[in-house]
Design a protein around this ligand. Sequence first.
Ligand code: IPM
Ligand code: MG
Length: 366
Amino acid sequence: MSAYSLLILPGDGIGQECMRETRRIVDWAAKAGGLTFTITEDDVGGTAYDRYGTPLADHTLALAKKADAVLFGAVGGTQWDDLPFDKKPERGLLRLRKDMELFANLRPATVFAPLAAASSLKQELVAGLDILIVRELTGGVYFGEPRGIETLPDGQERGVNTQVYTTSEIERVARVAFDLARLRGKRLCSVEKANVMESGLLWRKVVTRIGAAEYPDVALSHMYADNCAMQLVRAPKQFDVIVTDNLFGDLLSDCAAMLTGSLGMLPSASLGAVDAKTGKRLALYEPVHGSAPDIAGQNKANPLATIMSFAMCLRYSLHQAALAERLETGVLRLLEAGYRTGDIMSEGGKLCSTTQLTDELLKILA
Ligand code: IPM
Ligand code: MG
């Protein structure tokens, strides 16, 4: 029997109810796959601030580094809006990413056939869409120094952030993207703004070199980030895998997410480097959506992004690809059968609460 340790961090808002339901799916996976899970749960974000005075306690970070995988809900809420910058719920997530060195963020945008009509784009543009954005997650303007707000001699203030990338930071995320492209359609589009940014120029140079030297079988193209945003809504099916930096990846993945009809459907995986000795890698799995304070606590939220993030966990951390596929197929059947939460509701659909949707999914998986 395979045994795994999971750290579960539901966080704030709908992170709570989505994770509550995902735990039932974890139980299903344990039974269906003959797996044993040791589960620890802790707070992160605003709830951690309320309990520990910080959005990520040191002991929580230590647990995250020890676990086989972290399942993360969402962070943020209006009640924490006025906290100082370093106490904000988002800092908890950013510290986890940085201190666990989760440099590769995989954000698939897949259109489930029964939801193609929910997209804001014409159905024929998105039907069958299956793209993967690989976002660099521990560098760039999110973490670059210098940063801060300073007061100038004339009394003005000056806000500074720094976009910065080194060769090795670009190389490692490029390799993750090339490896994934190899398993899919063998096409990789690298996105930056080499026309205005030196960091973009270096990005393009390094990705080109890695491609030519190590991945001659993958077709590499380059695109400026503004053009990529435009192409994503003009003709999204031209893409297979996209690799880009932290900030462009943040923007482009929200855009790609909406092509699929709902942010409530999109999972993500944040991966560290594979340890050469143990073959293990640190990893955190989280939905792309946020904490949705407006519907939090009402049992209305769509749990599927969190549930499918667990499917990614099965695939990338636990090497249970068959089980991951069973779960993903179950979600497809659930949607085909018309079960919907409010965010993906359409005419003729059967409106479900967060719990009811999971009930139906478990019936299908049984
Ligand atoms: C995301 C989010 C985060 C980010 C926030 C919550 C810090 O928007 O994961 O895309 O900007 O990276
Ligand atoms: Mg974002």
